[in-house]
Design a protein around this ligand. Sequence first.
Ligand SMILES: *Cc1c(COP(=O)(O)O)cnc(C)c1O
Length: 495
Amino acid sequence: MNYSSTRGENVKLTSAEAIIKGLATDGGLFVPDSLPQVDQSFIEDLLPLSYEERAAKVLGLFLTDYTAEEIKTCVNNAYGQGKFDCEDRAPVTDLGTMQVLELWHGPTSAFKDMALQLLPQLMSTALKKTGEKSDVLILVATSGDTGKAALEGFKDVDQISIMVFYPEGGVSQIQQLQMLTQEGSNVNVTAVQGNFDDAQSGVKVIFSDKAFGEELAKANVKLSSANSINWGRLVPQIVYYFSAYADLRKAGTIASGEEVNFTVPTGNFGNILAGFYAKQMGLPVHKLVCASNANNVLTDFLQTGCYDRNRDFYKTITPSMDILISSNLERLLYHVTGNKEQVAGWMAELAKKGSYEVDKDTRGKIKEFFWADFVDDNATKACIRQVYEQHKYVLDTHTAVAYQVAKNYRHATHDEHVMVVVSTASPYKFNGSVLEALQVETAGLDEFDLLDKLQEVNEQPIPAGLAALKTKEVRHQDVCAKDKMADAVLKFVAK
Ligand SMILES: *Cc1c(COP(=O)(O)O)cnc(C)c1O
């Protein structure tokens, strides 16, 4: 299977090459030339398998240049070795009216681990396979969860180093501590004086700066990306849609071939796009519901066909969704239109004036697959409280956005398909907002008191990685202006 850019540049790469490269030279994203198709027996065969075995089967359809043995090793290194605190890796919890797919049992307690434990394995295998002699520097812009998950996945991986930029003051205290205490000899963490979009745009500028790339090449360094623009980030995420479906089949919740819905708390459109791929491959999915917070640029787009980032940016209690440019939408536009020239045109408009509008046909096709809504912080908190009162189950804020939007969807459409709410973080990761939602008094408590406080009302234990932060030393203190990120990279490379 070959991969090429969404913007039409005339190159064909293997998956290993696309994973090393991250972003195409023309600024586009790598996409597979065709999508593999599965039938019902492929899905039924997944039922008795472990998560690792399911992953190997799904990944094998896309990573056709990797041997079965290579994929198996990558998958076991990523999800085995005691890194996940749950035997099922990504279990589905039945709350009666909703099924909750928990994607936060990995080392950093957020769904990013599902992809970022595997990406470094795929990338270091790719370096060996392709005989690449340069060192690879991973540049990451993070709204919080990606940074820590990428650092944890890439730390001390041979031939690869990693630099993470996060918006100063734009991530939760726990997220910040997780990053600033990161160990490993090949890592750097730098705060950017700006918001997430500034950090992400800064990284994109660095990637597309040819002269800068040549300067790095002199130091034998090539850039790559661990953001969800990297194909190696996206492909692992397709697996858990299949795995969740197999678990629902196994539990007898659905019949063979029965369609289900997924509601996904969305930021960069990576998670929900993986659901789109699963559906296109033949997984019985009826609707993908895109849940946003007050930064509702995607809600507007999916409803009207007009993408407009020229609007106020809000800091919400769901910081991992505080995004106005959802990079992976570009991949969707390509798959829906099949027209790279047109995609390149829209992306040029987005870069130039911050907006674009798709044609009626494209808008119609997108609406067949997606439904969208958003909720504000108050509705998010009310949802956390309500679900706790009904089920004694504690949702994190991001998951609560999805849960509430899933309810809104049902109310608006009367669609009674089984609904899977995709849960993207442990509530402990956003304990301040969660406790506030539960109306627990938190005055005067520090981050670690808050963990303990939440433990008092939550049956789930505090994740080991979060509990351990208390005694870890802060190792990173770099700060840079948003137009000085390239200089920061050179400084790290020169070290
Ligand atoms: C990253 C993240 C999201 C958004 O996922 P995208 O793939 O960027 O749409 C939602 N919730 C949490 C907790 C996250 O870390």
